[in-house]
Ligand binder design. Sequence first.
Ligand SMILES: *Cc1c(COP(=O)(O)O)cnc(C)c1O
Length: 381
Amino acid sequence: MTPASDPKSIDTLPAGATGLLTIDLDTIVANWRKLSSQAIPADCAAVVKADAYGCGITQVSRALAKAGCRTFFVATLDEARAVREVTPTSTIYVLNGFFPGSGDQYAKFDCRPVLGDAVELAEWDAFRTTSGWEGLAAVHVDTGMNRLGFRIADAQALEARIKGGKHGFALVMSHLVNAEMLGDSVNGRQVAAFREIASLFSGVPASLANSSGIFLGSQFHFDLVRPGAALYGVNPTPEADTPMQPVVDLKARVAQVRTIEKGETVGYGGTWTARQQTRLAVISAGYADGYFRAAGGIDNLRSAEVIAAGQRCPVAGRISMDLLAIDITALPPGAIRRGGMVTLIGDGITVDELGRHFDTIGYEVLTSLGRRYVRAYKGGA
Ligand SMILES: *Cc1c(COP(=O)(O)O)cnc(C)c1O
């Protein structure tokens, strides 16, 4: 994870670098602004868990705070510490909640747990009483996910505490099961259940929508929206064209160019057979770099593609741990040379497209981005 001195130039890369992963902070900010304007009059937070979906929690949080983002959601206390280091005055919520004995850390990083049941709430109360710390918390209410969160009846039982004032709750929230499916009836059921609960938490801001939830309509926005994936260029409306801009560009090194004869196979298991004399470029990236093995080229199946010399070229044969091969027969001879670079993500290849080839979603493509690439950041100043 050495920073490249000039993010735009592949020529400044160390000779031994296998690839260059460029993250465009200005585009993350532009995506955040777009989501913010979509959500007005609700406030727009940023979810930066899992190292900001693989994009770098420090760089992303700093850039978003500079752009005016005031509220951050993380999954863990380590992540809260990272955000606090670069955003001294932001509000930070920790989604995975209050682990036993974690109170000191909450006080130290001045962050807020997202409380998920009465036991957690009692431990948080006890910590506040014994320490005298007056930090606030969010209450997470489960409206159908059955993951974290108070069951609805247990949340309703908090009404007396709310009415009594000095309850310590700064946010009531829930999470959507199927927000990316516009027509799914579970969305309507969840928003109705959440509206009812939120009305019991009088004076407490409410939050329901993740990235996709923002595009379900203003009745899903409440007081605060919580986009993650869309900030990083994942399409929040997979049934339609993406409203977001791509953030990540990934180039990888050509380790070798070789020619094989008709009938020869490529890679482990011999799953791909040359139908003619074939030129291959062997690329220095593999499943250990987050290029999933599921994307391998198998005879007669549509494989993932890589952009070489401006053209899409299919992956040939299985993905190895550190290498993959592409068929460059269609390119003019000499167009691709050893030591050159090809594009794995970018120039029209989106994380959503790769997710389909990886049998997963753009989220997992991002959070799996390899640690062996040189990382460079654009913008954010
Ligand atoms: C991860 C997460 C989000 C962000 O979801 P995206 O789909 O990435 O926008 C919001 N809320 C909760 C509770 C989450 O766990």
